[in-house]
Write a protein of this length. Structure first.
Length: 256
């Protein structure tokens, strides 16, 4: 069985009966090994993320991931599975520089309205923006290290940031985006991300402190690797047997 601490290979699916799958509307494992699309295994295929400027495949202690060079590389879509309170954004990230940019965003592309996670000046922040008025829950941490980052947007006046399962900051300033977010992106929103990322999640509910700790300990909890069904397994075994026998016999089926 795959470890919940490691990114499973392509073809994985969400176990909808798992407690940490409740309210999960976006799950981009970032395990595709490059290419132009990040599959959303928790939502409609219209919310798959397509690339800009070709981010590269990378890895780390959690397995597969993607690497962004700070030039504006990103994956994005205009289909936003959750864009209003409450919502929760989660991602594994490693910043390569002290002053970085936006890692994971749900924003309106014209005015500054929406939600995002960023790292700058040695601090991760969970930000809610209303007409370019920025309201941040802030937590300090080191660059060049992998962290599990969770931004919980429980209501217009309740935001929390968890880093590696620990509450790092809160913000209670009233803030409701004045324009509906129309883009979800990993890697860039005006300020570009330099570093690695893996295992992004989006919930249409506010995770609890306990759930944030659970995900930090098991960032791929509730995701199970692809397995053939019993019927497909039998068919696959039959195919292998048939090809083996063909290799041992001539075209007439006579053993040689």
């Amino acid at each position: 069985m795959a470890s919940p601490n490691l990114n499973p290979p392509p073809g994985a699916r969400v176990n909808t009966n798992h407690p940490l799958s409740r309210g999960l509307v976006g799950c981009w494992l970032m395990n595709e090994g490059g290419g132009g699309v990040l599959q959303n295994i928790a939502g409609p295929q219209t919310s798959n993320l397509t690339h800009t400027s070709n981010p590269k495949a990378g890895g780390g202690p959690y397995g597969a991931g993607m690497v962004f060079d700070g030039s504006g590389q990103k994956f994005s879509t205009s289909i936003v599975p959750a864009a209003v309170y409450p919502l929760t954004m989660c991602i594994l990230a490693r910043s390569s520089v002290w002053n970085n940019g936006v890692l994971f965003s749900i924003m309106n592309t014209t005015p500054w309205n929406g939600f995002y996670l960023e790292y700058t000046g040695g601090q991760f922040t969970a930000v809610a923006v209303q007409s370019a008025s920025f309201n941040k829950a802030v937590g300090s941490t080191s660059a060049e290290v992998w962290h599990h980052v969770v931004g919980v947007y429980a209501s217009s006046a309740d935001r929390s940031l968890y880093i590696d399962g620990v509450l790092a900051g809160t913000n209670t300033t009233a803030c409701t985006p004045a324009a509906t977010p129309n883009e979800i992106a990993i890697g860039s929103y005006v300020a570009h991300w330099t570093g690695s990322a893996s295992g992004a999640r989006l919930y249409n509910r506010a995770l609890s402190a306990h759930e944030a700790r659970q995900l930090a300990a098991q960032p791929f909890a509730g995701v199970v690797p692809f397995r053939r069904s019993g019927r497909n397994s039998i068919a696959a075994a039959a195919t292998v047997f048939r090809r083996t026998m063909m290799a041992r016999t001539g075209s007439r089926g006579v053993i040689i």
